[in-house]
Design a binder for this molecule. Structure first.
Ligand SMILES: *[C@@H]1O[C@H](CO)[C@@H](O)[C@H](O)[C@H]1NC(C)=O
Length: 456
């Protein structure tokens, strides 16, 4: 059995390393063009190819970008402007024309994955436009379903479509949106298209700017937030927000509709008084999110598979109105240098986390949960406090006099504690995620009189 575990671990490690070296199907980026200083399309394409980003979302259907991405394997989400919705809704011929000019003209050279009809329409307060959304989606679907069946039709929502999201298990759509949403969700379900939404932990922090909220939003050590209904202790805001969306979809009768995160990001700069906007925070959020997606832990309600996520944004948009933060989400500068190291580089010098992937359905076969190399004692102490305190696991063996007390180091005690939580919480990959500070191993960490749970 141990040999099989070792073999499986070796295979998963190789697969994970392979996926780290190539583009990752679940990492995308938003390319907004409200700017006058953007690099030429071919330079942007070369930049994308130097990263693990494999998907781009445009807000419109810029022909130069779509053509430049032809043959790269990088897929594109294109957008229908809100102003085009009425004509597409009212006239099937207009929808056919739009589809021919903006989708069919580029296939198959370019890979167009989704047409996002309208942006943030349902929470815009424009009920007339909202009522035209579904007919526009249906007309575009009719125009494309035969000629381009792989192109999905969806629409992008803000978190404001939720009336409630905390705790995540109580996630629910606004009751006045539900009648309209049911039609749209039925369409997405029927056509196998994703529900697209923009969760921003940054905005959650802005409305609750306490240090513990910041740590929760930035994938940093924190004691988590316990959801009393699901009994899940959430360790980061991204998972909590995405699972609230999952709960809302489930409650509306659409448990198999996939969620795509169409935007999420953190500004690296803001005006005086714009709390939380800094390079350090932007780097912590984005690199923490990328590492979390790569851990393959998924979210507690959707384990074992990362949510497809489009980072906001590729470049700053210098012509956007509003506070400085609105123009300061860019991962890259117009000269193609990185604003900060987000862990997206394809080269070996990026800092991907060690693989801890366990494919779905293989739970419980992976041995023991231990700290990753390079994680600080401070982080491990926070994990230890969480396991032995908040989660109330049996930590007596690492207390003075216990069989695993020596060596009396934070790392050794954290290893024991992380493994106890993993073994007693179902041996699922996400039980060994913590904040990406733990990993699974097939090597039994037991020693002398200290037997780790999970050892037969
Ligand atoms: C979702 O689609 C599936 C497969 O087509 C269907 O069986 C199911 O009834 C649909 N659910 C709803 C709520 O429409």
């Amino acid at each position: 059995m141990a040999a099989i575990n070792r073999l499986l671990l070796a295979i998963y490690t190789l697969l994970s390393l392979y996926s780290l070296a190539t583009a990752q199907s679940y990492i995308g980026v938003n390319y907004g063009e409200v700017a006058d200083n953007l690099p030429p399309p071919d330079a942007t394409v070369r930049l994308l190819q130097s990263t693990t980003i494999s998907k781009v979302r445009l807000y419109g259907a810029d022909p130069a970008i779509i053509k430049a991405l032809a043959g790269t394997g990088i897929s594109v989400v294109i957008g229908v402007a809100n102003g085009d919705i009425p004509s597409l809704a009212g006239d099937p011929a207009a929808a056919s024309q739009w589809a021919a000019a903006n989708v069919l003209a580029y296939l198959p050279a370019s890979s167009i994955s989704v047409v996002a009809v309208g942006n943030e329409v349902l929470s815009s307060g424009d009920s007339s436009l909202a009522s035209q959304l579904l007919p526009a989606m249906q007309n575009l679907h009719s125009a494309l379903s035969t000629a381009a069946p792989s192109v999905k039709i969806s629409t992008v929502n803000t978190m404001a479509v939720l009336a409630q999201s905390d705790p995540p298990s109580t996630g629910a759509f606004h009751s006045d949106l539900i009648p309209g949403l049911k039609g749209i969700l039925g369409f997405l379900n029927e056509t196998g298209s994703p529900f697209m939404i923009n969760p921003y932990p940054y905005f959650a922090y802005r409305s609750d700017p306490r240090p513990e909220t910041l740590a929760f939003c930035l994938f940093q050590p924190n004691s988590g937030r316990f959801d009393g209904n699901s009994k899940i202790n959430y360790m980061n805001m991204f998972d909590a927000q995405v699972d609230a969306v999952r709960a809302a979809l489930d409650a509306t009768g659409f448990p198999s509709t996939e969620i795509v995160v169409a935007e999420t990001g953190w500004p690296y700069k803001g005006d005086d008084g714009e709390v939380g906007a800094s390079v350090d925070n932007a780097k912590a959020f984005t690199s923490g999110l990328v590492a979390h997606l790569r851990s393959m832990a998924g979210t507690p309600r959707m384990p074992g598979r990362p949510v497809e996520t489009y980072l906001f944004a590729l470049y700053d948009e210098d012509l956007k109105p509003g506070p400085t933060s609105e123009r300061s989400f860019g991962l890259f500068k117009p000269d193609l240098t990185a604003t900060y190291d987000a862990g997206l580089s394809r080269s070996a010098s990026s800092t991907p986390t060690a693989p801890s992937a366990v494919p779905k359905g293989k739970k419980g076969t992976m041995g023991w949960c231990v700290p990753r190399d390079g994680v600080s004692d401070e982080e491990l102490q926070a994990d230890l406090d969480y396991v032995c305190g908040t989660a109330a696991m049996d930590c007596r063996p690492i207390q003075p006099g216990g069989a695993c007390y020596l060596p009396n180091t934070v790392r050794s005690h954290a290893a024991y504690a992380m493994n106890v939580l993993y073994q007693t919480s179902g041996r699922n990959p996400w039980n060994c995620d913590f904040r990406q500070s733990a990993t699974l191993t097939s090597t039994n960490p037991s020693y002398e009189g200290c037997v780790y749970p999970g050892s037969q």
